[in-house]
Design a protein. Structure first.
Length: 301
C-alpha cells in the first residue's frame, strides 16, 4: 500500500469533534458553513459523530452565488435530506438585485468575492454568533494565520495581527456584543488527511471531484468550465476534455484539471504528484498576492 493511503490518524477526528462540541457548548446560535466541497462534507460527518445519536443541532448555511456547479447543488440537496439537517440558503443574486453588491463584468468576472456581503447579511439576519467552516491551515498562507476560534468584529472583519492565543487546546469563546466567531475544526488537517478520511468513511462526493468529460474553454493555459454565465470570447471554442476539479467554488473562477482519476485512491496518487497547490486552481486567489487575506479581512470565510 502506498504510504499516503495509510490509516487515517483518528486523533485528528477526536480533536475536530472536541472543537465542534465546544462550539455547541460555548455559543448560543452556531451554524455550519456548507459549500458542497469535500472539506464541508467532512465537517458534516464530524458533526454527525459529535452529536450521535441525535441530529446536528444547528443549521447548514450555503451561500449560493447562482454560479455554482449543478452537480454541487444536487449533492447539497441530497445530503441535507439524507442527514436530516436544516438548510439556510443565502442568495448572492438577491444582494445584486437589491443593489447591495455590483456584478463584475469582463473576462475574469466572478461572483466569489460577492459572497462576503451575503454571508454577513445571513449572519446578521439569523443572529449567528459562531460559524463553523472547513478551512485548513495548509490551504493558503492567509488560512495559516487563523486560530481555531477566530473572532470577527461587529462589522464581520478579521484582524490577522490581533489573534487570541490558543494554549493547550483552550478555546476561548468569549465575545463582545456584535462580534461573532469563525470556528475551524479541521484546521490541523491536510488535504491528504481529508481524502484519507473520506476514503475510510466512504463518504459520497459530488461527481465533479472525479474524472469526467466536460466542455471547457482553454484560455491562458487554464481550463475553464463553461456555462452561459461564464465569459466566452467570440473567437474561443469549447473543447471536450477529460477533467476533474480539485476544489469546489464559484464556477466562473474554479479551473479544471486534466485527469483520469476516477477513484479516491487515484485522486490521492494524483495529489501526491501535483506541483500546484490545492487553491492553485482557484483563479480568484491569483488576483494579487494578498487576495485571500483581503477577502478574509472584509469578512470572507
Amino acid at each position: 500500500m502506498n504510504e499516503y493511503l495509510k490509516e487515517f490518524p483518528r486523533e485528528l477526528e477526536d480533536e475536530a469533534i472536541y472543537i465542534i462540541r465546544e462550539a455547541a457548548a460555548q455559543f448560543e446560535r452556531p451554524a455550519i458553513l456548507f459549500s458542497g466541497g469535500k472539506d464541508s462534507i467532512t465537517l458534516v460527518r464530524l458533526a454527525q459523530k459529535a452529536f450521535y445519536p441525535g441530529k446536528i443541532p444547528f443549521p447548514l448555511v450555503h451561500i449560493d452565488t447562482g454560479h455554482n456547479f449543478e452537480e454541487t447543488i444536487l449533492y447539497r440537496d441530497w445530503l441535507v435530506e439524507n442527514v436530516g439537517a436544516d438548510l439556510i440558503i443565502g442568495s448572492v443574486q438577491d444582494d445584486i438585485n437589491a443593489g447591495r453588491v455590483t456584478e463584475e463584468q469582463g473576462k475574469f468576472a466572478s461572483r466569489n468575492a460577492l459572497q462576503t456581503v451575503t454571508l454577513l447579511r445571513i449572519i446578521e439576519e439569523h443572529k449567528f454568533d459562531a460559524c463553523l467552516g472547513g478551512a485548513r491551515r495548509d490551504e493558503e498562507k492567509a488560512r495559516a494565520k487563523e486560530r481555531i476560534f477566530s473572532v470577527r468584529n461587529d462589522f464581520g472583519q478579521w484582524d490577522s495581527k490581533n489573534q487570541r492565543p490558543e494554549l493547550f487546546d483552550f478555546l476561548n469563546g468569549r465575545i463582545q456584543p456584535g462580534e461573532n466567531v469563525r470556528v475551524f475544526p479541521i484546521s490541523n488537517w491536510t488535504e491528504l488527511d481529508v481524502w484519507n478520511y473520506i476514503r475510510e468513511e466512504e463518504l459520497p462526493l459530488p461527481s465533479i471531484y472525479f474524472a469526467h468529460e466536460r466542455a471547457v474553454l482553454e484560455r491562458d493555459g487554464v481550463l475553464w468550465p463553461y456555462a452561459d454565465f461564464v465569459y466566452k470570447d467570440s473567437k474561443e471554442k469549447l473543447i471536450p476534455r477529460q477533467v476533474r476539479f480539485r476544489t469546489v467554488g464559484d464556477m466562473s473562477c474554479t479551473a479544471a484539471l486534466p485527469s483520469s482519476a476516477s477513484t479516491i485512491e487515484e485522486i490521492i496518487e494524483e495529489i501526491i504528484a501535483a506541483t500546484v497547490s490545492e487553491r492553485g486552481t482557484r483563479l480568484d486567489d491569483k488576483r494579487s498576492e494578498a487576495a485571500m487575506e483581503q477577502r478574509k479581512t472584509n469578512g470572507y470565510f
